[in-house]
Design a protein. Structure first.
Length: 448
């Protein structure tokens, strides 16, 4: 069972690999690359995975034809996200759904969320215990959750919104490594998994959230078309495929759950890393404040989102702390790479964290130096916090926009210092997302 299907070098004790991966994913991948070279083979999440740690490997994976790969664990996650979830499907249905789901996260549609992001940033930061230490991660989690709920569901500060908050938070909390491990075991031990308490709890929370979603979709379908709304749920309800057909309620529901999971924690953790790095690099924060002060129209979200130094700071944070540091795919057609024949069925992964710390691309890779993004342009195979190819994150532009608006508004109003300025290891939070171990403790003061 544990004989590797390819002779790519790598550790051969599968259970140990998973334990080490769970404990410190980036350190484990780094050790493997140093010991075994590139590519290297590991056995994690019940699968053999060939890992690429340089831009050539990233290019080889991300430029494969869309029909040559599929999602990493489609069957495992389907009971939690639904059969139609974008993150799980492939081929023509994946292409069709991306076409429908992408527009709300770009251009003028995305810009409509600026006011919402700023209003909620003010609301949440006004509750900070000024002058006393607190974990900024609690702020970033609560804020990005409320933003995504308003942006994608469009339910604002009503009893319905409260019920959504409750159901979404309960569902997300249940989407934890324990439930994901149960999902991987379910094929082998269905009875054991389905009768376990965590699994039953996850299913019951999922079903409460789905019921709310179905009710909301049904209400949107009855709303008169002359009441246009900007939220993503409404846009999906009115969206049509090329042949004119609408998405089914079930399908919309699956996509909403995907957006919630893919869009909330990733942004929250990236923001936590941002406060950590800015808090321990006051000279960068000051330079950023000067850049903000030099804006022609300080309230203009468009001008802000194009500010070169703010862009460089955000890129440097995503480079040093990619919250999805490992981007896997399953091969459905064989692939040749550096003399290895990789058969269909095996998984391949691009290790963005390892590419982001290569000194030949990023000199002094462990130094926080936003200027590098002003001095040089990086290719999509050198800088890849949002993955790449036909599955590249559809929320990338929205996430960057959100992070920039939040950082700018907070830096204008508050000084935020970290209480522990030394390096924090990245640990797995939920499925494949990495966050600062133990959170980021800060002390904030209002600026004069
Ligand atoms: C800083 C924040 C974020 C980061 C770092 C991030 C990162 C990623 C990465 C690495 C992938 C995998 C790409 C691949 O397989 O090549 C991904 C996929 C995805 N992300 Fe994001 N993401 C972020 C925010 C968001 C937001 C705000 C949304 C939407 C609300 C979103 C929705 C998605 C979806 C739907 C996919 C699946 C795309 C597909 O399979 O076709 N993400 N993201």
């Amino acid at each position: 069972m544990f004989t590797p299907p390819v002779d790519v070098p790598g550790p051969r004790i599968p259970h140990l690999s998973m334990v080490r991966y769970m404990r410190e994913p980036t350190a484990f991948l780094r050790d493997c690359a140093m010991t075994y070279g590139d590519p290297f083979l590991v056995h994690v999440f019940g699968r053999w995975v060939v890992n690429m740690a340089d831009p050539e490997g990233a290019r080889a994976v991300f430029t494969l034809p869309p029909e040559a790969t599929q999602a990493f664990q489609p069957r495992t996650l389907a009971p939690l996200l639904g059969e139609h979830a974008l993150i799980l499907i492939h081929g023509e249905p994946h292409r069709r759904d991306r076409k429908l789901l992408t527009p709300p996260f770009h251009g003028t549609r995305m810009r409509a969320y600026a006011e919402l992001i700023r209003r909620l940033t003010r609301k949440h930061s006004e509750a900070w215990p000024l002058g006393r230490p607190f974990d900024i991660q609690e702020f970033t989690q609560a804020l990005t959750l409320e933003i995504i709920i308003e942006a994608i569901f469009g339910v604002i500060e009503t009893e319905r919104a409260r019920r959504f908050h409750h159901a979404v938070s309960a569902f997300i909390a249940q989407f934890n490594p324990m439930v994901l491990s149960l999902a991987s075991l379910r094929k082998a031990l269905p009875w054991l998994v389905e009768s376990s308490r965590p699994w039953r709890l996850a299913q019951s929370r999922l079903s409460s959230l789905r019921q709310l979603l179905f009710a909301e979709i049904s209400q949107r379908r009855q709303e008169p078309s002359f009441a246009p709304r900007e939220d993503i749920l409404s846009l999906l309800v009115s969206a049509r495929y090329d042949d004119g057909s609408p998405m089914s309620d079930q399908h919309i529901c699956d996509e909403m759950l995907t957006l919630l999971l893919a869009g909330h924690e990733t942004t929250a953790l990236s923001l936590s890393w941002a406060f950590f790095e800015l808090g321990r690099h006051p000279h960068v924060t000051e330079r950023l404040r000067s850049a903000l002060a030099s804006m022609a129209s300080p309230e203009d979200a468009e001008e802000l989102s194009r500010l070169p130094y703010l862009d460089a700071v955000c890129n440097e944070i995503l480079r040093m702390h990619p919250v999805v540091a490992w981007v896997p795919r399953t091969l459905v057609a064989p692939m040749e790479f550096r003399g290895y024949h990789l058969p269909a069925g095996i998984a391949v992964a691009v290790c963005s964290s390892l590419i982001h710390e290569r000194p030949d691309i990023y000199p002094e890779p462990h130094a926080f130096r936003p200027e590098r993004f002003i001095e040089r342009k990086y290719s999509p195979f050198e800088f890849l916090p949002f993955g790449g190819g036909n599955r590249r994150c559809i929320g990338a532009a929205f996430a960057l926009y959100e992070i920039k608006l939040i950082l700018a508004d907070i830096l204008r109003c508050y000084d935020v210092g970290v209480t522990r300025p030394w390096a924090i290891p990245a640990v797995e939070r939920r499925n494949l997302t990495l966050g600062p171990k133990g959170g980021v403790e800060v002390i904030a003061h209002r600026r004069p």
